[in-house]
Ligand binder design. Sequence first.
Ligand code: 13P
Length: 247
Amino acid sequence: MSAPVPLIAGNWKMHGLSASLDEARAIALGCKDVSPRVVICPPSVLVHRMAQALANEPVEIGGQDAHWDDFGAFTGDVSAAMLADAGARLVILGHSERRTGYRETDEIVAKKVLAALRAGLEPIVCVGETLDERKAGRALEVVTGQVRASLPAELADKPFAVAYEPVWAIGTGLTPTIAEIEEMHRAIRASLVEKFGDHGRGMPILYGGSVKPNNAAEILKADEVGGALVGGASLKASDFLAIVQAA
Ligand code: 13P
């Protein structure tokens, strides 16, 4: 099986107003002849306008979360069907800021993955250990456990990505060593192959957590790193494009 096409996704988190559509256009302008798949995941209220603004551009739009039901009495929530209707093609699920801040368990994340599949969205499922778990020598066990429990069997013939984001590396400027990243990505790959056979070999495993223009090339060439999920550095077109070009 050939290596998956690298995927570089920008997670804008709770950043971005109408004026930020210009930044998205600047990103698209720089992506005309690049090899990776490039995705921007803006706040849900910008998904529709960004999808329209970039309709003919080589940049796809993703959501940052979605409810596990298709519709219903869930004040404030957004469903995968709504994101797809607004023009999203992918959706980030199980980000640590959701797992920690909103107590999302692996079981909830797996239900959200099923909702994404029903809506025709490609899920980017996030996993990652806390600093305490790493210090206790439990990082591999925690992360492979999340992979096994957050990815339902229904993904067996569907495109998806896993994003390894150590919680302690998010927004801190800290990153694991390349050896630590490779060790974790190989373990995730083994779990994917165990669960999905050959299909699990073809799905990209992204690294996320303080990816910046100055460390992207080294991280992106590490074994089993199939792209990046970028937070802060995806908000500025020049920084994000430097990361895209490093892939
Ligand atoms: P930073 O790139 O800002 O560390 O954020 C990573 C992240 O959480 C992407 O989902």
